[in-house]
Design a protein around this ligand. Structure first.
Ligand SMILES: *Cc1c(COP(=O)(O)O)cnc(C)c1O
Length: 456
């Protein structure tokens, strides 16, 4: 039998030419988003003042199975894609497991994560429409960095509202964004009504994604020739991220393997959704039956402990409502190191798939176990993972350990979404044994749920 190589690469010409839209094949459609004031299903005209036209269309497109990737975006992809599918031989050996472990590595670009896959598409559509600027929010900083790169490339101005505690913890992230030409404002700021309101209500608070979103949307809608861009949660973002899964499927064909288990960390759900979607198509159409696991931090457990219902996507209630698993738009997670996984809600697509049993399982993990897995992985596989990615590594290792007990040669695929060089304070705290776990009590969660509107 031919030995499977360590890295399975596609050629440049094998980069997919269309994104895959799983909504076209889902058993149940996602519930329509609702307008924040009228609570009526949103239309293109409602979205158009906030998002680029083409992206608003993609957001509402539940029918086209494939959506062509514009040539300019494909050309940009060629600078850092295809990303490798890696056979984790060294990890397998260290674990002594018969499982075949693979990871799709998205950290090989300057932003250090998969976020660039959607950032470049969003900046392209903005440019194509003749806009001059974009606004956005960033939590851990990866999205802001990715969009800075994309806006720099297309010559668009960008204003980033960065969650305050993160801006303080990661000054170099800010430096990278500014290097690419973006302006960065810690959130909550005093520059917007939403920011001033939150600062008044909760003096001294260190910010949340929900608040930063409100600020960015407010500026986008009040500035001429400007729109807002979002790095996760929305269906358009997951659509762009299907490049990850489409490349993975092609790579597996080359080596004649197929994953039994597909694992991804889930913040807003875009990387897991993008990795999973083409495999989900196989499942929906009865071609294969992979098992899907979403991994989330125990400190922000939207799938495992959240409620499935309509909620606002932001704290300031300026964005549309989505039907999703949520902890409530007023839920403020503890300042854990899960960084990009600290969002109160979850992609409507992933939420619906989970509700319908297609996304098989959600698992929450504590941050000390996550960092144990991160360190173990870094030492044997070389790559220093982002803490977010390490959630998926944790569960991949746990599943591989199970195979060791049962002797099963399962094929495990997980998404390695990025690198962790900007998270060294967290790694150092872990190395000193000072990292603490935080699991919210039921009472704390109830306070969050109380902020969800009651809509059937
Ligand atoms: C943003 C981010 C995530 C989480 O976001 P999703 O939309 O759930 O994919 C995970 N890993 C990294 C490295 C990120 O930057």
């Amino acid at each position: 039998m031919k030995q499977i190589p360590y890295k399975i690469y596609l050629t440049e010409n094998e980069i997919p030419t269309a994104w895959y839209n799983v909504r076209a094949e889902m058993k149940n459609d996602i519930a329509p988003m609702l307008h924040p004031q009228t609570l009526k299903p949103i239309t293109f005209d409602d979205l158009e003042p906030i998002f680029c036209r083409e992206l608003a269309k993609q957001e509402l497109n539940n029918t086209d199975k494939y959506i062509e990737i514009p040539e300019e975006v494909r050309n940009f992809y060629k600078m850092y894609r295809p990303s490798p599918l890696v056979r984790a031989y060294c990890l397998e050996k260290a674990l002594g497991t018969p499982a075949h472990i693979y990871y799709k590595y998205e950290g090989g670009n300057t932003s250090g994560s998969h976020k660039l896959n959607s950032a470049i598409a969003q900046a392209y559509y903005a440019k194509e429409q003749g806009l001059s600027s974009l606004t956005t929010e960033t939590g851990a900083g990866q999205w802001g960095t990715a969009l800075s790169m994309a806006c720099g490339y297309f010559g668009l101005d960008l204003k980033v509202f960065m969650v305050k505690c993160s801006a303080e913890q990661k000054p170099f992230r800010r430096g990278v964004m500014e290097t690419y030409g973006a302006s960065v404002t810690p959130s909550p700021s005093m520059e917007t009504e939403a920011g001033r309101r939150i600062n008044e209500m909760y003096p001294g608070n260190t910010g949340s994604l929900g608040t930063a979103i409100s600020e960015a949307v407010e500026v986008a809608t009040k500035t001429e020739n400007c729109r807002y861009a979002l790095g996760s949660v929305m269906s358009q973002v997951m659509l762009h991220q299907t490049i990850i899964g489409l490349e993975s499927i092609k790579a597996f064909e080359k080596i004649d393997e197929y994953p039994d288990i597909v694992i991804g960390c889930a913040g807003g759900g875009s990387n897991l959704g993008g990795l999973m979607a083409p495999f989900m198509s196989d499942r929906i159409n009865g071609r294969h039956n992979p098992y899907f696991i979403a991994v989330e931090p125990a400190s922000c457990p939207s799938l495992t402990r959240g409620k499935f219902g309509y909620d606002f996507c932001d704290t300031g209630h300026v964005t549309p409502l989505a039907k999703m698993y949520s902890l409530g738009n007023g839920y403020i997670p503890s300042s854990s190191h899960a960084g990009g996984l600290r969002y109160h809600g979850m992609s409507a697509i992933l939420s619906q798939l989970y509700h319908d049993g297609f996304l098989d399982e959600a698992r929450s993990v504590k941050q000390t176990e996550v960092f144990d897995a991160a360190v173990q992985f870094a030492r044997v596989e070389g790559i220093l993972p982002a803490p977010e990615s390490a959630h998926a590594i944790r569960v991949a290792i746990d599943e591989a350990e199970k195979c060791k007990e049962t002797g099963e040669e399962k094929v495990i695929l997980f998404g390695l979404t990025g690198t962790g060089y900007f998270d060294m304070y967290a790694y150092m705290a872990h190395n000193r044994g000072e990292m603490k776990d935080y699991v919210p009590s039921d009472e704390e969660l109830e306070q969050g749920f109380a902020t969800m509107p009651n809509i059937e």
